[in-house]
Design a protein around this ligand. Sequence first.
Ligand code: OGA
Ligand code: NI
Length: 326
Amino acid sequence: MAMECIATRPQRFNENKTEEDPSNFDANLLNQQSNHIPQQFVWPDHEKPTDDVQPLQVPLIDLAGFLSGDSVLVSEATRLVSEASKKHGFFLVTNHGIDETLLSRAYLFMDSFFKAPACEKQKAQRTWGESSGYASSFVGRFSSKLPWKETLSFKFSPVEKCHSQTVKDFVSEKMGYGYEELGKVYQEYAEAMNILSLKIMELLGMSLGIVRRHFREFFEDNDSILRLNYYPQCKQPDLALGTGPHCDPTSLTILHQDQVGGLQVFVDNRWQSIPPNPKAVVVNIGDTFMALTNGRYKSCLHRAVVNSESERKSFAFFLCLKEIKC
Ligand code: OGA
Ligand code: NI
């Protein structure tokens, strides 16, 4: 992968810099220069992370068991999903069938991308109003409550419906030579997540007491998003947030997180954590699905905290309704 880059002479935060220079906040540099994070990353007291956070009770759903058709396993899975979805909309899915090698390659390419010089990452710069590309709050000098993270997002539509490999094509168009493998890996990852999300839609349909194929068919054609979340180490993690409190506006989110931990959900009036489980993906209901169920299933406020010891990585696949093009 091409790492040569003439334009990245690292500069100090607070130097008299032009707005066009997007390397203003470089997390690595900030960590070397100071033990204090810039004010823009400090969250108001009532939103700062707290340390008395307990793990949230989330069920483990055995997807292979559900798909086997065994009536005991099916009714157990649908009961657990229904219970969790009515309360907070979060559950864990095991035996999800995502290939281990694909997962580890997805993490490896994440390292290679986010650790590249800023000018390399900016080849994929996300532009205003677009949902694909690289974004870093480390450029937002004049905002406040900035999240301590960088992201790389890709629009995804199933190949058989849109006749193009949306992720791979974006990478080859924007990033070009040296990124072919990265494009292939994330195309493959998004396709695997699309298949998984449709299986989870069968599970959600049955748990609501409607025909199994209803939501699967409804979402078979979709315009989804795959987002890579990269949370650098932070010297003052008790002042900052990796992702601020939000509900996912989309239909369903499938999150794969590494072993660091940081995901928290607001349930029963307090923040509770979802600790990493190497065998499971985290699934949560988004606002659109909540609306589709007339509010029976909940979309719940969540956030990500950062820490001073290690960086953290996660992949979020957001299943979204097909865009209506007029
Ligand atoms: C998101 C999200 C949480 C995490 O990307 O919408 O909530 O743990 N991410 O990265
Ligand atoms: Ni989210």
